[in-house]
Design a binder for this molecule. Structure first.
Ligand SMILES: Cc1ncc(C[n+]2csc(CCOP(=O)(O)OP(=O)(O)O)c2C)c(N)n1
Ligand SMILES: [Mg+2]
Length: 190
């Protein structure tokens, strides 16, 4: 069983309060349209670095919760990030992996090990104290209240399939206007 990605992101948007949300690739394309907010930090290009940027934000702003919407292909490209994050142990860090089994942005080429590997097992082996593997919307909606408040770092493996028709807008993911608004919102949210 899997969830439709846009349903999954809409459920997060409904329960979001003041969190910084770092999102990459398809999740980012949908997130900026589903949940526009100055504390969205999105980018593409530096593949695999979403969780690293999120870690920096979490360490720099321990008063804010950081939710990362990572890609499965992206995380595979930087698995060492799991060890770095577990070692730094930021309590305000939630690492979600949108596991669609593909490099969807590049024509949905399957990721290596699709369906055979376990991101939650990788994270536990790296030292994350808490992990979830979620494949139904009901479970995601039920657990979100806990996930957004319990001590991290937490890894949440979200089993998703593409859904929704969101036009790609790569420039908007990291244009200067939005990046400056992010910086301002972060400074003002102390
Ligand atoms: C170092 C590097 N290699 C390859 C690419 C090309 N590339 C851009 S997006 C992407 C796939 C991203 O896959 P995933 O993280 O699973 O996100 P999805 O597209 O499925 O949302 C690839 C391979 C890149 N940007 N950087
Ligand atoms: Mg993917």
């Amino acid at each position: 069983m899997t969830m439709k990605r846009d349903d999954c992101l809409k459920a997060l948007a409904r329960q979001r309060t003041g969190e910084i949300v770092v999102a990459v690739y398809k999740a980012a394309q949908e997130w900026i349209q589903i949940a526009p907010h100055p504390l969205n930090y999105t980018f593409t290009g530096a593949m695999g670095q979403g969780s690293s940027h999120g870690l920096g934000l979490a360490l720099g702003r321990p008063d804010k919760r950081v939710v990362v919407l990572d890609g499965d292909g992206s995380l595979l490209m930087n698995l060492g990030t799991l060890v770095t994050i577990a070692n730094a142990a930021p309590k305000n860090f939630v690492h979600c992996v949108l596991e669609n089994g593909t490099y969807e942005t590049n024509g949905a080429v399957p990721i290596p090990g699709a369906g055979k590997i376990s991101f939650s097992a990788f994270a536990r082996a790296a030292g994350y104290p808490k992990t979830y593997a979620i494949s139904s919307l009901e479970e995601w909606e039920r657990e979100l209240g806990t996930i957004l408040h319990e001590p991290g770092p937490i890894l949440v493996d979200l089993k998703v399939e593409p859904a929704g028709k969101y036009a790609e807008d790569f420039p908007r993911l990291y244009d200067l206007k939005h990046r400056e608004a992010f910086g301002r919102a972060l400074r003002e949210s102390r």
